[in-house]
Design a protein around this ligand. Structure first.
Ligand SMILES: NC(=O)c1ccc[n+]([C@@H]2O[C@H](COP(=O)([O-])OP(=O)(O)OC[C@H]3O[C@@H](n4cnc5c(N)ncnc54)[C@H](O)[C@@H]3O)[C@@H](O)[C@H]2O)c1
Length: 297
């Protein structure tokens, strides 16, 4: 691939075959791979094609899956080999949150453009370190806040910006997922503070915050609470199954972060007057909605 990068860090031109590197072949690693593969058929006008070059995961069977099923040319159990591969132009960082800072900074220092999964680290300090490294390297980055690009969301954003909806006074948004609704749902890395940081707050509410900020503008004030609904779950080793797994009679370990997070927010003033107010909520243990992200203005 050839690319030209402007001083503001945005790519002005890319052409040819984009060499893709993948770090972590879990749930999102597969999804990113499918997205790259569909680029030429979904956006033929770009004249771009992708080549799945190099995938890494510490689980050897997932490396084999990346090569044999997803079609990567090379595989490795050390992510640094992906970053050192000269055929890799862009890297997808789909590792657990604990690794986002280390891998994000290393990818920037290797000069690789990257698409990193949210929440980009375990806290704001780690997010800031990845952002600073990317800025210093002048690379192009993207974060997995994928819902903002849904056509319906883009349309609402236009309606708000054009004033078609009048002055926005209230915002209500939720992300209710049931992946941990089952009390015997596995204790994956998502439930451990050291590996994930926060729970539903970083995993789900981060999408909501991104979405409403994209639609309305920045949030100026916030108060919040969190709750852990199930305090123990059956242990799941890293690199096996997914966070949807249910384990009967497994050894239990403590859930260390939140199953539910709610916030009361005030947005910054807009051109039409004082900032709107509203509520944002997320749960990973709700019974009913499997993956329901919605908002009302
Ligand atoms: N944008 C979205 O909608 C969305 C949805 C789900 C997950 N995510 C994010 O994607 C990331 C991954 O989540 P997931 O559900 O795919 O997790 P997962 O548990 O399915 O996969 C994680 C993978 O990382 C591998 N891994 C662990 N240590 C590693 C290391 N040192 N080097 C390389 N690989 C390593 C594991 O073996 C596993 O295969 C998380 O940050 C999560 O928040 C985003």
């Amino acid at each position: 691939m050839t690319s030209t990068t402007t001083t503001s860090g945005t790519a002005s031109r890319v052409s040819g075959d984009i060499g893709v590197g993948l770090i972590s072949v879990g749930w999102m690693g597969k999804l990113h791979s499918r997205a790259y593969q569909s680029l030429p058929s979904v956006y033929p006008e770009l004249g771009l094609s992708t080549r799945l070059v190099h995938a890494a995961d510490t689980a050897a069977d997932r490396v084999a899956y990346a090569r044999d099923a997803l079609g990567y040319e090379r595989g490795s159990t050390d992510y640094r080999e992906v970053l050192a591969d000269p055929d890799v132009d862009v890297v997808s960082i789909c590792a657990p949150n604990i690794l986002h800072r280390e891998i994000g900074v290393a990818a920037a220092q290797a000069g690789k453009h990257f698409w990193i999964e949210k929440p980009v680290g375990r806290d704001a300090r780690e997010t800031g370190e990845v952002a600073a490294a990317a800025r210093a390297a002048g690379i192009v980055t993207s974060i997995g806040y994928n819902y903002r690009h849904a056509p319906a969301v883009e349309h609402v954003r236009d309606l708000v910006a054009q004033g078609v909806l009048g002055r926005i006074t209230n915002v209500r948004a939720v992300f209710f997922a049931g992946y941990a609704a089952e009390p015997k749902g596995a204790l994956s890395w998502r439930f451990k503070r050291e590996l994930a940081g926060s729970g539903a707050l970083g995993d789900l509410l981060s999408h909501v915050v991104d979405l409403v900020s994209y639609l309305i503008g920045p949030i100026a004030e916030v108060s919040a609470l969190t709750s852990t609904v199930y305090t123990q779950r059956p242990i799941l080793p890293m690199g096996s199954a997914t966070h949807f797994a249910v384990i009967e009679d497994g050894e239990l370990g403590p859930v260390e972060n939140d199953d539910y997070a709610a916030t009361l927010v005030r947005f910054s003033p807009t051109a039409q007057g004082p900032g709107p107010v509203g509520t944002l909520e997320a749960s990973r243990t709700i019974v009913g909605p499997q993956c329901g992200l919605g908002f009302e203005l």
